[in-house]
Design a protein around this ligand. Structure first.
Ligand code: ZN
Ligand code: ZN
Length: 330
């Protein structure tokens, strides 16, 4: 059988290397997916930089995969060869731990995560457990759909965690925020976009996506917020966001990794303000969001890179040079 190409991380802190390998065969319950596009998520940077514990090494990063079913493993039901599918971050759960049994598979005790503890989408092909893949119907562009698979899904979980308040702050206006801003505006909420001070490009993208206000993260929004979601991996934003939310308001930390949170006066937390984090996603989150995104008319802004330029894409994301989301095309 022909070979596949993959960009591989051999050890954290080193650039990815292009490898050719034989195309693997799917085992029972698995599918082989021929990849059309894979989004570049900030989590990939954390994997590459060694900021997350115990990655599988070597690892192929990437967990925002859009592709087509190439081969079905034994016992796979509900998918047909050629069908377009999405492969997200949550790649496997045990189904027997207390979290899995109480509808919180995002917190499973023995999970696998695509592009972190199992090989992901910076490649031409990937093996995925069929139960954790989603059919992607409709004729949306593959590259523009890829960011929905994590920025969209985990963004959606963060968004629901933020509650029903009408005034919503988004700290860090990258891939996730630019998707969520559209959903929030569609639902009639007022979106306040916080970016690095002076990041005019991100602020104008936010305004073009119906944010009612965009400014630097040190700035005070023109009205107190009901809730804020922090997507930037910057712990110093937590006390800033707490100051921006009203009594009973909630600050949701949407990322997998953040620099340390500086200490702050208890007064800023008092009056029933809350700080919560979001971890991973459930398949229910995915089904909900993938149904809502087209209704809300979500349009992603993407920058395409050839697969071989994965290191360039990662560097651009690290430097804040990307508006919206970066996507690798094999
Ligand atoms: Zn479990
Ligand atoms: Zn991600």
């Amino acid at each position: 059988m022909a070979g596949m190409r993959a960009m591989v991380l051999e050890r954290p802190g080193s650039p990815l290397v292009l490898c050719e390998r034989p195309i693997p065969a799917p085992g029972p319950g698995e599918i082989l997916v021929e990849i059309a596009a894979c989004g570049v998520c900030r989590t990939d940077l954390h994997v590459v930089d060694g900021e997350l514990p115990d990655p599988k090494l070597p690892i192929v990063p990437g967990h925002e995969i859009v592709g087509r079913v190439a081969v079905l493993g034994a016992d796979v039901k509900g998918f047909a060869p050629g069908e377009r599918v999405g492969v997200p971050w949550l790649g496997h759960t045990c189904q027997i731990c207390p979290y899995c049994r109480s509808g919180r598979e995002n917190l499973c005790d023995a999970p696998l995560f695509t592009g972190y503890t199992s090989d992901g989408g910076y490649a031409t092909h990937v093996i995925a457990e069929a139960r954790f893949c989603f059919p992607l119907r409709g004729s949306s562009d593959d590259a523009e759909t890829a960011p929905l698979l994590c920025a969209g899904l985990i963004g959606w979980r963060s968004y629901r965690m933020a509650g029903e308040g009408r005034a919503l702050g988004l700290y860090g206006f990258g891939a996730a925020a630019h998707i969520l801003a559209q959903v929030a505006a569609w639902q009639g909420r007022r979106v306040y976009a916080f970016t690095r001070a002076g990041d005019v490009a991100a602020q104008s993208l936010a305004k073009s996506l119906c944010a009612v206000w965009a400014g630097g993260s040190e700035e005070k929004p023109p009205e107190p917020l009901d809730a804020a979601i922090i997507f930037a991996p910057v712990g110093a934003l937590v006390p800033l966001a707490l100051k921006a939310v009203k009594k009973g308001g909630r600050v949701v930390c949407g990322g997998i990794h953040m620099s340390d949170i500086p200490s702050f006066p208890y007064r800023d937390l008092w009056e029933e303000r809350q700080i919560v984090s979001v971890a991973n996603l459930t398949r229910e989150d995915a089904r909900e969001f993938l149904a809502i995104a087209p209704q809300a008319g979500v349009k992603t802004t993407v920058t395409r890179y050839p697969l071989d330029d994965a290191n360039v894409a990662l560097a651009d994301l690290r430097q804040g040079r990307i508006q919206g989301a970066a996507v690798l095309i094999p």
